[in-house]
Structures are given as C-alpha cells and as structure tokens.
Write a protein that binds this ligand. Structure first.
Ligand code: FES
Length: 105
C-alpha cells in the first residue's frame, strides 16, 4: 500500500464568534472556511476587490498572488485578504460578518 502524504493543516479561530476550521497549507482561508460551512464575505476571490478584508489577530499567512490588494499600512495593522491568504501557522482572525451554514451541509 502506498501512503499519501497530505499537506499540514492549521487551526483557525474566528473572532468574535469563536468558530473554528482547519486551513490546509495549500488552500486559501476563504475556501478552507467554506469547506467547513463557514462563509466569509467575498466577491472577486482573487485579491483585488477587498470585500473579504479582515484582521489577522495572531499567526502568519502567505499570499497565493504576488500583489494582494492590501496596502503596506494595512498589512502592518494586520489586515489580510482571506481569499488569497494561506495559513503558515495556526491563526486567529477577526471576521464579524462570518455566516455559519455548516448545519445545512
Ligand atoms: S474576495 Fe475580493 S479581495 Fe478577497
């Protein structure tokens, strides 16, 4: 039997609701949340419209695109774009407009 090695996944806690989901190391946060039945605000899903902008309280992300639509000042204040942000560590994010549809999946 051949073993399949899965990429690591990091725990993400969403404040203020306290919802949690796992974010694989190769999947943007928006999609990882959706797969757990948690809907974050979004529109373009490619890092340009900023509809998904939220704050990273703790942890570290990398971006799937070279020029995500957050300014250097916003980055310094902890703002991220979860549609193109990928977890590199466990995270706490602040997303007050999260919608939980997990009970309907
Ligand atoms: S959904 Fe448009 S920047 Fe994230």
């Amino acid at each position: 039997m051949i073993g399949v090695e899965l990429p690591p996944a990091f725990a993400v806690v969403v404040e203020p609701s306290g919802h949690r989901f796992d974010a694989p190391a190769d999947v943007p946060l928006l999609r990882a949340a959706r797969e757990a039945g948690l809907i974050l605000p979004s529109s373009c899903r490619n890092g340009t419209c900023r509809a998904c902008l939220c704050r990273l309280v703790s942890g570290r992300v990398r971006y799937a695109v070279e020029w995500p639509g957050v300014s250097a000042d916003e980055k310094a204040e902890g703002f991220i774009l979860p549609c193109v942000a990928i977890a590199e560590t466990s995270l706490v994010i602040e997303a007050p407009r999260l919608v939980d549809i997990s009970a309907t999946l």
